[in-house]
Design a protein around this ligand. Sequence first.
Ligand code: ZN
Ligand code: ZN
Length: 343
Amino acid sequence: MKALLLTDYKKMVYTDVPEPEIGPDDVLIRVKACGICGSDVHGYDGSTGRRRPPVIMGHEASGIIEQIGSAVEGWKPGDRVTFDSTIYCNECESCRRGYVNLCSNRKVIGVSCEDYRQDGAFAEYIALPAHILYRIPDNVSYDQAAMIEPLSVAFHAANMAPHPIGASAAVVGTGKIGMLLIQTLRMYGFGTIIAIKRSETQKDIIKQSGADHCICTAVDNAAEVVSEITSGHGVDYVFEAAGNENSINLCIEICKRNGHIILVGNSSPKVTVPLQAIVTKQLHISGSCASSGEYPACLDAISKNLLNVDLLIGNRAPLSEGPKWFDKLYSDHKDNLKVILNP
Ligand SMILES: [Zn+2]
Ligand SMILES: [Zn+2]
């Protein structure tokens, strides 16, 4: 089969690789769409250590079942599916408590790190255990279904806010996850939603996503503007989707006393934070990792037109053009919308 193989850092080829084999509990899926994630682009040059060559990347995908293993029940060839980006074991202590995102034996699809190598969906076929599959409703396209994985990350973060109705929220960092978060928060019934980003680009799409205000740190003093908007109180819920020291410190500054900060971004391995501000403002800071069980709600929301993932799809291209797109996304650090590759 054809696949995009990362043969060395910054070197990707569209080439022939052996078709994956399925075990009794697996299905073989013919991939129809797979989005390029920021983590794939960051892994491309080896900086994260999570895409060690040779590896086929790609974990935001959808397709059609081609073949099922002997022990698989409830699925048949021809079923349209998407799947969790994490293969969880369903047996460890975390899985048993329902936190499949925190599985001790988790393998992320399209990741190759010190502990494991799990080829991903930038290929004609992928073999996966049947227990991580979700059925795609008829009126949801394969490209839309490839957006479910990042959308589920946004849903999972939004679900960490205990009382969303009418509460104020800020989203710091407006990459794809940040923008999906804005749409999600709007759908969840949040009140004032403030987007905070570095540059002045993409303001229109951020407003269309449901943000009431879009603050650009390159030209505005974000903390002052938030203070004006919130009459000096700060924001009830701050969602951090950039993952660096400046943005986390901004979150702490703009969060209301006894407010919540939900950390989604994690590009910097370590950051320095003002301990005394966290304690004296009594802030509730939580990490939000991937998703656990949000897929059906995401598929339902797209099917019912409650949000619009198409807004974030910038380009669609055949899988054979993958190397060109990786090169482009890697070298130009502009705000890019989602690129979806279709095998
Ligand atoms: Zn991703
Ligand atoms: Zn587990």
